[in-house]
Write a protein that binds this ligand. Sequence first.
Ligand code: MEV
Length: 312
Amino acid sequence: MISCSAPGKVILFGEHAVVYGKPAIALAVDRRVRCKMSKANEKTTVNGYDINYQHHSYILKCIEKTGVSDPLKITTVSDLPSGAGMGSSAAITVSTLGGLYNLKGFSELESIAKDAFQIEYEVQGGASPIDTSTSLHGSAVMVYEKEMNNLLWTIEKDGKVWNVHHIKIPDIHIVIGDTGIGAPTGPLVEKVRRFYSKSNFAKEVIEDIGNLVLEGRKALEEEDLHKIGKLMNKNHKLLSILGVSHPKLNGLVKAAKRYSYGAKLTGAGGGGSIVALTEHPEKVASAIEERGGTPYILDSSKNGLKVEQTSK
Ligand code: MEV
């Protein structure tokens, strides 16, 4: 038996633009997906059901990629809301790959990073490695086509290059506000791709987001929370222009901003969640609740993929 866990993530800056090689910054959060697996007799099951593509696409792809052919009894437990922009599919993918690779006696992080990205790319029909790499590494990660200090690994696909770096960020209080509107990532990535391929204006917006992320990195280094907040607000506006916000996301951003340095949608948008940076997490949580959202006061997680238990 083996049990692995991997954290969810919050994107502070740069979602969507990162698909086009622009920089993005995300941190791992202290909510995780746990995946337990042991050998089974006849067939592979997930949480008691026969494995099938409709419900277990990420897990099935993990099994295909690692070439594990023995039947398995797989159990997943998650304290991450799914479709909330908090990286639950990345955490499922990373924790499952962790288990499968360990069964094979192999656990090289760079290979897991590449497989996890490829799986998200295939299931969603497009992706960058930000979600999967943050879940795998933990702490905080900056993904960028240019190589910088503290490189973890490099992932390439279709002529695009993403260098994944560890970055240090200050201790910050973040609050998530979940709209409760489930929004799968794939269709939103595709929506932006259509806009991007037809419009120079969309390309400029993506470029502006990229520049803002570089400013954000500097503000994080300088621990300038006011600047970080301002840039989060600006990032939200640019994402709205790209067409991935939602009236409920805008409402939660507005409510959270009263007690925050800044707030923005996080992840693919279209629903899902906002993230706010604040000194007053409880006040922000109440404001989110009053506006009809579900708040989560989160800490960052130093740990990425963890092997929690192994036995024969
Ligand atoms: C989703 O959490 C982030 C997106 O940028 C997609 C991706 O980078 O894979 C929208």
